[in-house]
Design a protein around this ligand. Structure first.
Ligand code: GLU
Length: 447
């Protein structure tokens, strides 16, 4: 029997997750959901300078907000011993070699190669260093960085998204796995971890395709089974620009704080650039059934952040009061009026938080807008007695119409402006009972 899939999402905690990071997070989580697998959250925090605890904590909060509860969690900074052991094995096998070039030397060599029309690939000069050369360099105070000796061959795999794929490792520089200060770049720890916990499917952005060529060789060099790979297209802006953690305005936290529903963000992050139309999908299970990696587009997944508004509005227009409940309470809406209020306003909202504006209109103070005081005085005189209910608005406007002859917009707009101070808004037959007779009268009197 095939084992259940184990997928992972492996962000570096060097910034807040943005909507482009939500894509691999969700594609992994939905894959696990669809195939009865498990989801590992791994923090790739080997870059000690740039990794911050604040960002690490935010990753967990943001994933929870998206509806992703990892089954397993660890961080790479706790696992250095494993990487040291793997690096040692690679050294023993002659696959990890010490290099002493400074960045400036490498840059000079690169320029020379480019000048000669050669590809700027590391020339493996360090492989020719003798023991004595190395001792002399170390005596100068140089510390080695370590490169992985690639097999110059084509690495091929069947990609879950891209189908038959390959990377010609003969055209790559031997990658640096260990920095001169002994810290690890992402490449080796990722493979060691994936092998250690038997990750079965590595689903990540197509910016990692070349890494896959290298990492497949690393799995093999370490004698570990090679997982299945899937490289999804990346979310880009409408102009085709890639997203980066620096674009803080698309961070998941800013979208959350702006009042978007996680389901809108999920739908946009996953359905953009897929075979499915981008639409608001509320349930994770449904989103999982719509998410087939084999049907992702190969083109960049261009998205327009303003689509979030229309997706969100869709969700809010159908949202039951229970889902908005706590947020309504936080706006000061009392529990016994929450449902009535919610049903009155939800069709006018883009985000739940927009309801606060209408609650303010209900409770006041509002500045009535009155252009025709005589008309409004007549309307005030005709305002029905309590109790106000769903038919009050109709009864009232019928009476005002009969008395003044006004109809259509000329009838409704002055009443709306006097009652709410605005010329648009929720259906007044639902809003008027919430405003109530006393406040309505006050406003009609221009108070
Ligand atoms: N830390 C890497 C990144 O954020 C992980 C890539 C991978 O999934 O292997 O790009």
């Amino acid at each position: 029997m095939a084992t259940a899939p184990l997928v992972r999402f492996a962000p570096s905690p060097t910034g807040f997750l943005h909507i482009g990071n939500a894509r691999p997070a969700l594609l992994n989580a939905l894959y696990a959901r669809r195939h009865g697998g498990k989801f590992l959250l791994r923090l790739d925090d080997t870059d000690r300078e740039r990794s911050k605890q604040e960002f690490a904590e935010a990753v967990e909060t943001d994933l929870a907000w998206l509806g992703i509860e990892p089954d397993l969690f660890f961080r790479q900074s706790d696992r250095t011993a494993l990487y040291d052991a793997a690096a040692e094995r690679l050294k023993q096998a002659g696959r990890l070699y010490a290099c002493y070039e400074t960045p400036e030397e490498l840059e000079r060599r690169r320029k020379r190669q480019l000048g000669r029309g050669q590809p700027p690939v590391y020339d493996r000069a360090a492989l020719n260093l003798t023991e004595a050369d190395r001792a002399a360099l170390e005596a100068e105070g140089r510390r080695p960085h370590w490169r992985f000796l690639l097999d110059h061959r084509v690495v091929a795999w069947t990609d879950l998204v891209r189908g038959e794929s390959h990377v010609d490792c003969a055209s790559l520089s031997d990658p640096v796995l260990v920095r001169a200060d002994g810290s690890y770049l992402y490449t080796l720890p990722s493979v060691v971890d994936d092998a250690d916990v038997s990750v079965t499917h590595v689903i990540r952005g197509e910016d990692h395709v070349t890494n896959t060529g290298v990492q497949v060789q690393l799995f093999e060099a370490l004698g570990a089974p090679v997982p299945v790979f899937g490289h999804h297209n990346l979310l880009t802006t409408a102009e085709g620009e890639g997203l980066s953690k620096r674009l803080g305005h698309l961070s998941l936290r800013s979208l959350r704080e702006a009042g978007y529903e996680p389901a809108s963000v999920r739908s946009l992050a996953v359905l953009t650039g897929s075979a499915e139309a981008v639409r608001a999908v509320d349930s994770l299970d449904e989103l999982a059934t719509l998410t087939d990696l084999a049907h992702l587009s190969r083109a960049p997944a261009r998205f327009d952040p303003s689509e979030l508004d229309s997706l969100n509005a869709r969700l809010v227009h159908d949202m039951p009061v229970a889902e908005a409940g706590e947020r309504l309470t936080a706006m000061g809406v009392p529990d016994d009026r929450a449902e009535q209020f919610w049903l009155a306003v939800r069709a006018n909202l883009t985000r739940v938080t927009d309801a606060a504006e209408w609650w303010q209109v209900v409770t006041g103070p509002v500045t009535p807008v009155i252009h025709d005081p005589a008309f409004i005085a007549e309307a005030a005189r005709l305002l029905p007695d309590d109790p106000f209910g769903p038919t009050t608005w109709k009864a009232w406007t019928d009476a005002v119409k009969a008395a003044t002859g006004a109809k259509g917009k000329a009838l409704f707009m002055p009443l709306r402006q006097a009652l709410t101070g605005m010329d648009h808004g929720p259906d007044l037959s639902a809003l008027l009972p919430l405003i109530g007779r006393e406040r309505a009268l006050e406003r009609l009197r221009g108070a």
